[in-house]
Write a protein that binds this ligand. Structure first.
Ligand code: SAH
Length: 243
């Protein structure tokens, strides 16, 4: 169980209240998760975070602090964002139980997972959401839907705990033996794709259309292996050479 939990990290983006960071660390540790990454926390380290961590301060002490979400998820092969708002679910949406299942599946298939949580005031931006494979929405009372950040972390980590403790964990679905591409691999590929499409005049840099977000979504959905990404990058390189 621990081997799987260790391949799953919680990412908190620009958290304003240090108390929420501490409470999230506590929520994680009670459920057996320990990897925390903070993207530009507003006020951290901070005594309030440590106080609210209530003994989970080792999770805080080991937390990585980074500048961008791209950096936080670079090594992850499966990235799930969270959204308080249903209307952002233009992106493929899942509930916490399915998210736990897909996360464990991704790890069982040789990958690692990042679960991304947004700002207290405004959640995740569209650009940040577009870096995610899918979005998790925790079902809530439509008349009072405001869930605290650390409470949201608790719900997701609880579902993981239940699944990891149960006997019917997802089976391995990918028997290709090829390691999955990481978010960093995908990002480099998407950048090269954009450059090539601009080079061959498919994209007009002065008048960007919706093509890149669409292509990003398509390639995310494909869940490519590292070798497949290399194959596509090789083709793009060749296009660049002859045009
Ligand atoms: N006013 C913000 C609310 C953000 S709540 C907004 O409208 O987006 C802060 C974070 O808690 C969210 O970014 C998300 O990570 C998590 N969260 C809160 N409620 C959630 C829900 N119902 N489902 C999934 N995540 C939720």
């Amino acid at each position: 169980m621990k081997e799987i939990a260790d391949k799953i990290k919680i990412v908190l983006v620009e958290t304003s209240h240090p108390g929420n960071i501490g409470a999230a660390a506590r929520a994680m540790k009670t459920m057996g998760l320990e990897n925390l990454t903070l993207v530009q926390p507003k006020d951290y380290p901070c005594v309030e975070a440590t106080a609210r961590a209530a003994g989970a301060d080792d999770v805080l002490a080991n937390a990585a602090v980074v500048e961008t979400l791209e950096e936080a998820i670079e090594d992850a092969t499966y990235v799930l964002g969270t959204s308080a708002r249903l209307r952002t679910l233009r992106w493929p949406g899942i509930d916490p139980r399915k998210a736990a299942q897909e996360s464990v599946e991704a790890v069982t298939n040789g990958g690692s997972v990042a679960l991304v949580f947004g700002r207290e005031s405004s959640g995740l931006s569209n650009e940040e959401l577009s870096l995610c494979h899918k979005l998790i929405h925790i079902p809530v009372n439509p008349d009072y839907s405001s869930l605290n950040l650390a409470a949201a972390v608790q719900v997701i980590c609880y579902e993981l705990r239940i699944l990891l403790e149960s006997d019917n964990q997802p089976v391995v679905v990918d028997d290709s033996g090829e390691p999955p591409a990481s978010a960093g691999d995908m990002e480099s590929f998407i950048q090269q794709l954009e450059q090539t499409l601009t080079h061959i005049d498919y994209l007009d840099p002065d008048n960007p259309r919706k093509s890149m977000p669409r292509l990003r979504r398509l390639f995310h959905r494909a869940r490519m292996s590292r070798n497949e990404v290399s194959l596509l990058r090789g083709i793009l390189k060749q296009i660049g050479k002859i045009t």
